[in-house]
Each structure stands twice: as C-alpha cells, then as structure tokens.
Design a protein around this ligand. Structure first.
Ligand SMILES: [Zn+2]
Length: 349
C-alpha cells in the first residue's frame, strides 16, 4: 500500500474520533453527495488486484444503502440532486448514485439491489465500450503485468524496467504504470498500452466484450423506471490531454449517440478519469456548450449551494473498493475528510 493510501487511511481514522462529528455538525457535509461506483460484483479472491479500488461487492452496495438510510440520507436521481443544488438543498442530506463505464455487472448485481430498495441511479455509458470500439486500457495494463515476468516500456521518453515475478512485485509494477499513464497524454497511453498488450498477448477487445454492456442492453436499461443513462464520452479519453476539436466531439458525440440509441434526452456527463488532469475549465465549458444540464468529475467532495455556479464540475464521493468498510464510508459521509483534503474549500472547479 503506497503512502497516498496510508494517508487516506489516517484521514479516515481521524474522522472517526469520537465526538468530532457532533462538534462540527453538518457544516462539512453540505447538502449531500454524488456517490461514484464502478464494478459491483462478488470478490474473486486474488492477491494481485491493482484496480481493486474500482470494484465493490453487492453486499457492500447493500450495506451502503442501509448506512445512508440509518444516517437519515435520502437517495435521489441525479436530476433531483442537481435541482436541489440549485435550490440550495432540502431538509435531509441526499445521495445520488452513479455507476461509470457501463459494466455488465452493474445490471447483473447492482440493479437488483437498487430495484429492491427503489433507489434511482445513473449509469454513465461510454459508447465506444458499448460499440466495442474503445479499450479498457487500465485493465489491459493489469492483464499485461499479470502475464509478464518483467515489463520494459518507455513512457514520455523515459525508459522504465519493472520486475513482476511475484504478486507483490506485480502489484507494485502495475500501480506504478497506472500512475504514470494517468499522468500522461491519452495518445501516449494508447501507444504504450497498445504495445504492452501486443507484447504480452492481451486481447483488449475480448475484455470489453466480457465486461461491458452492449448497445441492445443499454437501450433496454434506458427504459428502466429507476435508471437514467448518462454520457461518458465515445472513447473514454482523458479529455484535457487531447485537442479541443477531438474533446468536443467526444463530449457532444457521446450524448448524440446515446440519444439516438435510447430516444431520450441525455442530460448528464461524467468526465472519463475525471481528475484535474483529465477535466478542467475547458471541458466544463464544453459540457455546457454541448447542452448538458450537469456534469460530474472524480474530484472528491460534497455538494454545496456554491456548486450551482459550477454545475458542470460537480465533485463525487468515490465508494472505493480499497477502503471497503462501512466505518470508512460513514466517515466520508460527514464530509470532514473532504474538508481536510480540500483545505476547507467547498468548490474545486
Ligand atoms: Zn470511466
């Protein structure tokens, strides 16, 4: 576990200090939060799982909904969350549930739980995954490292050699590669990952086929009364690292493709990767220009009335598989970890 993960763990522990929440009250909590999920599926026991933060179990989703209820939160659609931000809130804190990328397991494992609890949610679908034209590059990296005994790559002109003979070595190597690639331009990511997959025999298209919902399935889900389909671009690029023209095509095209498929207006966008290096002021303006009502980042934070002026740069609370405990999530729901991480700033846009 890297220093960053340890630091986050320490933040959780601090926020569980007895009485702290009672002292500071709901000030850090704000109006509520948009929760972010990726895979929801039973855990397959394995030591090497560098993308484990993107995965929670169905049981944990269930516990999450119970915790929200216990703490007096209500679950609302993203549309209603946006309305509540604009209106400055309501009497109770609210959570909107969002699932990124369009994974099959969201339908198989999350939807039955959402339906049982009558909890609305948004599935953000990347049309390139749905059409089988885009790649889950972070999973290709995981797969390449799983197969390799050593990795030799050049990222941004810097040659890198990583030994991956054992599971702990693989975990470290993949973490390093993923961090370096997330900080690189998308074209460099595509070049490096394409090369890694070729050399280590990873079938990227098969991964998408196995894991992602297809067109017919997304179209069917769009008719579900609890679900809204949101856009997550066409090719899932880190938008801030590509040209303005390509970025706008990704943002507006993802919307147009899904509207043609579902026959419904697509009102919300989630920026791929969604951190400050992937989505910034230029993308926030493009989302408005493309006609979205609201757009969500992966910048961590709670919702405040101030976000009404930054409606295409909304923060989210990641329900992270690496810290899959109700105590941690309970600490996050106080908003205190975000107040600490954001140094008291409510808006990061
Ligand atoms: Zn994504």
């Amino acid at each position: 576990m890297g220093w960053k993960h340890r630091l986050i763990g320490a933040g959780f522990a601090a926020c569980r200090a007895p009485g702290l929440t009672r002292i500071v009250g709901r000030r850090a909590q704000g109006l509520g939060a948009i929760l972010m999920f990726h895979h929801v599926r039973p855990w397959r026991e394995r030591a090497y799982a560098p993308n484990r933060e993107l995965e929670i179990t169905p049981g944990f989703l269930d516990e999450t909904l119970r915790l929200l209820a216990r703490r007096g939160w209500i679950v609302v659609s993203l549309d209603e969350a946006v309305e509540r931000v604009r209106a400055g809130g309501g009497d109770r804190p609210f959570a909107a549930l969002t699932f990124d990328d369009g994974y099959r397991d969201n339908e198989e494992w999350a939807l039955p739980i959402l339906a049982r609890e009558k909890a609305p949610a948004t599935f953000f679908a990347t049309t390139g995954f749905m059409n089988r034209s885009a790649r889950l590059w972070w999973l290709e990296v995981e797969e390449a490292v799983r197969r390799a005994r050593a990795i030799e790559v050049e990222i941004g002109g810097v040659p890198i050699t990583l030994s991956c003979a054992s599971d702990p070595e693989k975990e470290k190597a993949a973490e390093k590669l993923l961090a370096l690639l997330r900080a690189s331009p998308q074209d460099e990511v595509d070049r490096v990952v394409g090369d890694l997959s070729r050399r280590h025999g990873v079938d990227g298209a098969a991964l998408v086929e196995e894991l992602c919902l297809d067109k017919k399935e997304i179209a069917a889900l769009s008719a579900h009364p609890l679900l809204a389909i949101g856009a997550h671009t066409r090719g899932h690029p880190m938008l801030a690292t590509i040209s303005r023209e390509r970025a706008f095509d990704e943002i507006a095209g993802g919307k147009a493709d899904l509207e043609a498929l579902t026959g419904k207006p697509i009102r919300h966008l989630a920026y791929p990767v969604g951190d400050p290096g992937s989505a910034g002021a230029r993308e926030f303006a493009m989302a408005r220009e493309a006609g979205y009502e609201a757009a969500v980042t992966t910048r961590p934070g709670m919702l405040f009335p101030e976000h009404a002026a930054h409606i295409t740069a909304l923060p989210r609370l990641s329900v992270n598989g690496r810290f899959q405990s109700i105590a941690n999530l309970d600490a996050l729901l106080t908003g205190l970890p975000f107040a600490l991480w954001n140094r008291g700033r409510r808006v990061s846009a």
